[in-house]
Design a protein around this ligand. Structure first.
Ligand SMILES: Cc1cc2nc3c(=O)[nH]c(=O)nc-3n(C[C@H](O)[C@H](O)[C@H](O)COP(=O)(O)O)c2cc1C
Length: 160
């Protein structure tokens, strides 16, 4: 049985952490790609991404190939958008809810300010679980590297 990091990342911060986790614990990595890409520049980035998050959209994803029957721990990573989860994560959970049931579920979020606890609560509700086996929050870890982020990463990966 294996471990999987599944994540969405618009600007690379979440992917940076996903890569570090995989380097350290050796796991499968699944990057979710929405069929219609979110804008990654200027005001449009916040407008369309924020609206999509607030409306709790579940955008269609590019096909992905992962056998969840072979996975016993799933680590979900996302950037916080408007204090909630990024929409591609909702699509993934909706598409795989049955197979995720009973697995060890861990979570990490990247944000620039706040909102991660609220977003993690949303994800917990969506998954229908009481708690995550491990969780961590990073502050723009690629754009703004810090000792705090690196320490959190060490603590988090130790629990995976
Ligand atoms: C549409 C949008 C909404 C955001 N909303 C929040 C927010 O509510 N709280 C916060 O701290 N950061 C917010 N951010 C910042 C990102 O969560 C943060 O920069 C994160 O590290 C980006 O991860 P990524 O590079 O993997 O996309 C938002 C960014 C975008 C594009």
């Amino acid at each position: 049985m294996g471990k999987l990091v599944v994540f969405y990342s618009l600007e690379g911060n979440t992917e940076y952490i996903a890569d570090k986790i995989c380097e350290k614990i050796g796991c499968d990595k699944l990057k979710l790609i929405p069929k219609k890409a979110y804008k990654d520049k200027g005001f449009a980035k916040f407008l369309w991404g924020g609206k999509s998050a607030v409306m709790a959209e579940a955008p269609e994803l590019e096909p992905y190939d992962i056998d969840l029957d072979k996975i016993d721990e799933v680590i979900i990573g996302f950037p916080v958008w408007a204090s909630t989860i990024t929409p591609p994560i909702r699509t993934f959970v909706n598409e795989n809810k049955d197979k995720l049931t009973g697995k060890r579920i861990c979570v990490f979020a990247c944000q620039s300010g706040n909102g991660a606890p609220k977003a993690m609560d949303k994800l917990r509700e969506l998954l229908g679980i009481d708690a995550f086996a491990a969780d961590a929050v990073f502050i723009d870890p690629k754009a703004r590297p810090s000792e705090e982020n690196e320490n959190r990463l060490i603590e988090f990966t130790d629990k995976l």
